[in-house]
Design a protein around this ligand. Sequence first.
Ligand code: GLC
Length: 735
Amino acid sequence: MKETDLKDLLKDMSLEEKIMQLVQLPGWVFQGDAAVTGLAEATGSERAKMLAGSTLGLWGADRIKALQDAHMKNQPHHIPMLFMLDVIHGHKTVMPCPLGQGATFDPDTVKKGAEVQAKEASADGVQVTFSPMADLVRDARWGRVLESTGEDKYLNSRLVAAMVEGYQGEDPKDADHVAACVKHFAAYGGAEAGRDYTNVELSEHTLREQYLPGYRAGIDAGAKLVMTSFNTLNGIPSSANKWLMRDILRDDMKFDGVLISDWAAIAEIKNWGLSEDFKEASRLALEAGVDIDMCTDCYQNNLEDLLKEGALKEDLIDEAVMRVLKLKNDLGLFEDPYHGADAAKFEKLALSKEHREVARDAARKSFVLLENKNDALPLKAKKLAFIGPYVTDRNLHSTWAISCDENHAISLETAVKELYDGSDVECRFAVGCEMLEDGTELSRETFASKLSDAEKEALLKEALEAAKWADEVVLCLGEDICQSGESTSRVSITLPAPQLALFQEVVKVAKKTVTLIFNGRPLELDDISKKTDALLVCWRPGTEGAHAVTDVISGKFSPQGKLPMSFPYTAAQAPVHYDSYNTGRPKPTEGPSMFTSRFLDCPNEPRYRFGYGLTYSKFEVSAVKLSAEKLEKADAAGITATVSVKNVGNAEATETVQLYIRDMVGSRVRPVKELKGFEKVTLAPGASKEVSFKITEDMLRFWTMNNCFESEAGKFKVFVGLCSCTENAAEFELI
Ligand code: GLC
């Protein structure tokens, strides 16, 4: 439809019709089995169902077509409804969780994964996905770090943009693509104490420098929607925050797409205490520019009265409705209300060999090798024991893979049997313990043990016998799938007690142990790291996770992942992140540290740092060579930092060469390092390659005391290495 036709349509709509375009009903009011991802009890009267502008939580090509037909038949102007769904890291074929995707440091891989998700979801009737989550995270207590790509603004920006490009393609009207929704605006990851849905206290410069770039990258990549966040930012609930939504999002970031509230977030303006009632909450939200009210009755019950009372202008409603109609038009729904829905196409696409291979490749690239003493990995022995709950548990996806089914995944046991079938390698398998301790609180229920003490004893006995028999033991441990994701904040980020107990017993009798960790967040692994020979973080690896694990532990593929988020010694270190300030009393790397910035009982640094990860080989990086020692602000060509990278090990491997920059002096203090570039390099043993990074003035800008982004002349340090801990540096001056 042409823009002018949309305007004519808007003019012709009744006030009730317009208001209902701003209402999103939960899918269950249409069909009982819709996904439940929120609390509100939004009512779905027959009238509301007839006029609602959108719904969420439904999928299935034929049923969505039928729902669309029914809706358009009754809608006075036959306006199609939008069908939205959380396709966060997979619809049927599930990719690694976003934090695992962050560990790939590979935008192309991430984009490919998003393309697969969009193809499957669109064929299954979905038109909008509530992804990517662009929230920067620094606190492993927060369960939603699972859905983020980590603690660094540059990495987040690159990967968020890749996801938007993958979901939307050149044009989301295309049947293989869906509209993307960047969330949660803004700074939801800064939740106080790592507890979900709390306040976020941020200075403007930290908000602008650290937390906003990820969202901006998604918007610059063309995301059609943005979602508000549950948190207050400095005391103002995001859905009512006019400064954030109008000045920053609309004016500064030039976002002109649809702004949708998070689930019930408009009603929660009242719970926060910013309004006395839902009517005032509705007024504040519309004034702030929130176009769609997700799953509450606020807009549908209050906007008309607010207009009548003169508390709101109809222009605001028209502005919001026009954005919703434009989104529908951008998706081509006025011409083809089914968009990409096609059951036959979906049957062919879902979980296809090609899609599974994309998921398997992404999972392999996401694994981070933290320890590999005496090259314990890849496995070499002929007698192997696989021990732990993840030997058989197929929940390798996450609670945000709401439309997938663990039956589409295979267990590690099955993958290992496939791998060694017909070989001279003998394997034994033992679960060894339950996933969790009895009474463990999970996101939706409390875990109740199903085993007697005798049965637990028997599991342990079987595991220890296998451990004694084997020449190498692979421990398959991790968080339960329901221990990370929304509303799963934890003050203790250790493995579950039964698994820690199993680990301690197995390492006493095993000749050699490899420990695999399946996790949705950084965990406390210090003690494990000291006692195991190899330690591989596998995240929530998705549908092909088990195959990806066997690809790596067998040596077919070397691990190449790098930590997208610091792993603390303890949750009590939170927030811990590599790009911190130097402090006025930096703790010396050796010698006495009295009267310096430190803990008496814990190092300042995390146990494993951002950007860290081993391979099956060894790479050396030469000293940093700069093309010039001075960079003129006006010089668009910039200067170049070059290193030579050499594989001095004996296996082909892929390393991620990272560029960090430190602004030595600023009108406000600057982080000791900031990631400004990365490049993956695959080298055969003995091979080497030059890697160059261009440094331009715009990369050096920050939010100065002039309250604007600008660079400041002075000295800068350039680091190039294989981890944020690198001290391989050179200096230049900006003039
Ligand atoms: C949830 C989440 C948000 C999700 C939305 C719709 O509460 O916060 O990430 O997209 O509701 O399911």
